[in-house]
Design a protein around this ligand. Sequence first.
Ligand code: MOS
Length: 763
Amino acid sequence: AAQAVMKKAVQIAPDAWMPGGKPDPLIRQKHGLIGTPTSRLDGPQKVSGTAKFAAEFPMENMVYAALKYSTVAKGRIKGLDTAAAEAASGVVLVMTYRNAPRMKPAPPFMSSAKAAGGDDLPIMQDEAIHWNGQPVALVLADTQEQADYAKSLVSVVYETESSVTLFEDAKANAEPGVFQGEPLLLEIGDAEASLAAASHKVDVIYKTPRHSHNPIELHAATIGWNGEDLRVHDASQGVAHAAWSLAQVFGLKEEQVHVTSPYVGGGFGSKTLWQHQILAAAASKVAGRPVRIMLSREGVYRIVGGRTLTEQRVAIGANAEGQFEALIHTGTVAMGHHNNMPEPFILPAKSAYRSASFKLDVEAVKMDMLANTFMRAPGESVGTFGLECAVDELAISLGMDPIELRLRNEPEKDPTTGAPFSSRHIVEAYRAGAEKFGWSGRRATPGTHREGEWLIGMGCATATYPYYRMPGGAARITLTHDGRATVEIAAHEMGMGTATTQTMVTADRLGLGMECVTVNYGDSHFPGVVLAGGSQQTASIGASVTAAHRELIKELLKLAGKDSLLAGLDADEVIGRDGYLCKAEEPGRRESYVSIMARAQRSEVTVEANAPPPLEFTHWSMHSYGAMFCEVRVNTVTGETRVSRFLGSFDCGRILNPKTAASQFRGGIIMGLGLALMEETEFDERTGRVMNPSLAEYHVPVHMDVPEIDVIWTDIPDPHAPMGAHGVGEIGITGVGAAVANAVYSATGKRVRDLPITLDKIL
Ligand code: MOS
């Protein structure tokens, strides 16, 4: 989710951006904290209930908000009666288009460096309705119950206009997709001609449905004005982005908006800036009182965008040896009128396989619906479903093992850009995964492994997600006279283990114990523009901390002066170890932090630095990889599919904290099981209304649906990435849909090409 803001830079020497122009010595480090399984530092606060989330910060004289949502997809409000609501007990304000303050649009997410808006619509500015579920009234009251009741008393009459809500009809008007400034179109050679001429081929359509976001923590904010300054306790994966974007909406200076978000109960791409924070801030201004807004679960489905639907054609032409002659991945997605997110499902096909020709193309059709948005591995989650099912189908038609087919098409360099891979060990991941999973025990003929009513099958698929590092990273480090360090960075802990892992990394870098290092984050007043998105936060923080640490060493060497054993050394020759700065090649030449600070009579030293621009992209093709293995049992009587075993074998560079990384992998895989077997937003194509806005009707995996998930990894550091690490956040969901579908085929001989794989499609 990150290409947007990464400008193409000039070709440079491979590691020019790194400190000293060479790979960071910590990348190779085998001792120390990196690689040690470490529990979450914030775990005790979370499980004991002392961690405060956005809707748990009190503000004096605060009121509670409730939203009323439109029931038509397009039209105008022609009648509005708020009198009964205004007269209801405890009501402080009923805000509608009639009395809402004037606001500017929020720049849509990823349209510029700090843009966070889910859509670019200012709403409650006129009578217009843009989607079924758009907020039409916001009620403030002394209690949540009073606000919820009063909103039911607001009466709205609509004049409907004809709307575009039927995908089949709308498809004729599809337009070329543009993702973050780049056309979603790539052609190398004449792929259609090569396909036509190929001796072996597959050419099929895959479909994936709409998905709604369901983080455990509902979207919420507690908001107050202090004169012209806006204070927001938010649930955010981009505090700097939210602050800047809110400033645009209300015509403020960026510094006037202070957004904090110390804990976030899951984001997955959804915890950006949606209408609830904007409307709550507006209502707070009108009422002159702080406002708490927490969406109901239904509210999240109505006003927080999710993943859009896709219809994908995948066609692969191959010779008798299985070598790809043509790789075609094209299709259509739905998109809102007021956002810009044509689900980029072709991204995996850009670098997964070598092929003599390529044709990749996404077209988008605009529909009258809630703005769709980023959702865990946008593009790759659903794109790997189509691509990796098609590879499986081709393997079957060739009579070849699907892993062997993949290995035969393993590229030596990026097949569409020609760039060398910085670190790609997917073959090792496949070998290790196949061995541990027992792939050799798979029956080649589908439908032949039966135990009573159950048919058993195995499937595999490739997982892939790009390595990103966005520009704008920065960090501040303060070292105090007692040899303790505090890092401040506008980053986020949404449950991934970021704060823990960065404490480990910083402690290793400084040569301090973890107990001597505090990492503070989740505050827009801290340095850096760091998005917890695109699986890039760890790289961004790491590069920022590396840069700030280098400044700190320079400063300490200056303070140490000529009376120190460190005299005459420069920053590149010095490392931190056991509370000392020492010469890397001659550890006896050292002085402790405490001694340096004492001799310089300093109580603290603070440095701040920007991360170097992400030039690693200009030289390398960089990705996280995985090989996914799934075993399913399909009931021949009921059609029920149970995933009985799953293994993910990953290649994501150096794994910094095996404990939290394993949880990230598993969490992604579980979300992938939902994508494969149950998740589907029921969008009524007549009315544009989401019909299953609750976890009772929108199914996600529960414990009974999740088998033991084994995760392993190569742990081969990428010398060209900060800390040698690639992202581990989004890779886990990719490839899972295809691994499950391929296993279902292996079990039953039935090929399901439209997700989710529900029992009606199997029987
Ligand atoms: Mo992720 S969809 O980049 O939060």
